[in-house]
Design a protein around this ligand. Structure first.
Ligand SMILES: *Cc1c(COP(=O)(O)O)cnc(C)c1O
Length: 385
């Protein structure tokens, strides 16, 4: 046993695999529960897209959170894991008819709507069921979350959401539709946000929008502020549970609510990221011209974030106690971008060593692919290994 990893047990498991520290997940969930319980009107919907592993979903569901889904498949995964339909919200810029029908048949809590044609389609499908669909408008608040451009979503010319410029005409149009009911406003400004000022900016913008709606005599039931709270990828052990206290406090301090209004949060990464690691075996240590390469049996098919977003993950050799040396850590896939880290300091590494690629619980296993005809990685759990 080194650090948090049961290495003896790992030796008997086929690599690569995901390892989830379920006690850390529970600790994280308890912290969120504790912080949100300070505010009677705060509700959390876990963003299923970060990790839809059934066991992880079940543990999250046990805490009483709802689910934020972005596809029909995610709605099915959430229902299968026991999330009640009335705690499921459905977002996404391109909802297919079968997905909307699934939401209507299941009587989910709310559709987060991103465009007028989508609104018309939900209205028509709801009419065919003789139902009224509850909807929230996803509004693009034009807030720069100062994060990677691929994961910034709140700027005005962006495929997500309805631009503020169009808000009035969308509200006018809504009044003509009979089978949808506006119950909320939805926002999501991006991901991996660690600067609380971005969320403060969002609150201020929401207050302006609420002021505007009030003039039209509209008060919605819920304000959904999305997700986006970041985690510490550099030092996962220093901050294994994200700073939920400051996060929820920002909204408490800056968001102006009408009486009885609820605030909904859609946290994904911050819930599951630190509890997961990708465990991989070193196949070879290869001498380059000026550097050494550690070649692992895990590749971008198991964890694509470094290749896709140039994301940093801390890498540790969990089976060597020797002095550190510098290596480029690369996978076996036939793509140059299949690299987990450059100039990584690892305890002297040799063939057969096990590496832990940390903070891989979010957007890790769920993004795995079978490119190169590879197997999907399996998952193991700290309380059941
Ligand atoms: C991705 C996403 C989330 C979750 O984002 P995190 O950064 O993982 O917290 C929440 N809401 C919406 C609409 C999303 O698209």
């Amino acid at each position: 046993m080194k650090g948090v990893f049961p290495i003896d047990k790992f030796r008997n498991i086929e690599t690569p695999f995901y390892y989830y520290d379920t006690s850390l997940l529970r600790k994280t969930l308890d912290k969120i529960k504790q912080e949100t319980s300070l505010y009677s009107n705060y509700h959390v919907h876990y963003a299923v897209k970060a990790n839809a592993n059934n066991r992880i979903l079940s543990i999250i569901r046990e805490t009483g959170f709802g689910a934020d889904c972005v596809s029909g498949g995610e709605i099915k995964a959430a229902l299968e894991a026991g999330f009640p339909a009335h705690k499921i919200v459905f977002a996404g810029v391109g909802k297919a008819d079968w997905e909307i029908k699934l939401g209507l048949e299941s009587d989910i809590y709310c559709f987060n709507v991103e465009s007028v044609p989508e609104l018309d389609n939900i209205d028509a499908l709801a009419a065919s069921y003789g139902k009224t669909a509850s909807i929230a408008l996803r509004i693009n608040p034009n807030i720069d979350a100062h994060t990677h451009h691929y994961i910034t979503t709140g700027l005005s010319e962006n495929k997500f959401g309805i631009s503020l410029v169009h808000l009035d005409s969308v509200l006018d149009h809504l009044e003509t539709l009979k089978n949808v009911r506006l119950i909320g406003l939805h926002f999501h400004i991006g991901s991996q946000i660690t600067d609380m000022d971005s969320f403060k900016g969002l609150c201020i913008r929401i207050n302006e929008i609420q002021e505007h709606l009030y003039q039209r005599m509209i008060i919605v039931d819920s304000i959904n502020v999305g997700g986006g709270l970041g985690v510490n990828y550099e030092e996962p052990d220093k901050q294994s549970v994200p700073d939920f206290k400051s996060y929820f406090e920002v909204f408490h301090k800056h968001l102006k609510l009408r009486p009885k209004q609820e605030v909904h949060f859609e946290l994904g990464r911050s819930v599951v990221c630190q509890c997961g690691s990708l465990i991989t075996k070193v196949l070879y240590v290869k001498e380059g011209v000026n550097k050494k390469f550690v070649i692992t049996d895990a590749g971008m098919t198991d964890l694509i974030r470094p290749a896709l977003y140039q994301a940093y993950h801390k890498i540790e050799n969990i089976t060597s106690d020797q002095l550190p040396e510098e290596y480029d850590v690369v996978g076996p896939i036939c793509e140059s971008s299949d690299c987990f880290g450059k100039m990584v300091s690892l305890n002297k590494t040799q063939r057969g060593d096990l590496l832990a690629i940390r903070s891989a619980g979010a957007y890790g296993e769920i993004m795995a692919s079978q490119y190169n005809c590879r197997k999907l990685p399996k998952a193991y759990y700290q309380d059941k290994i």
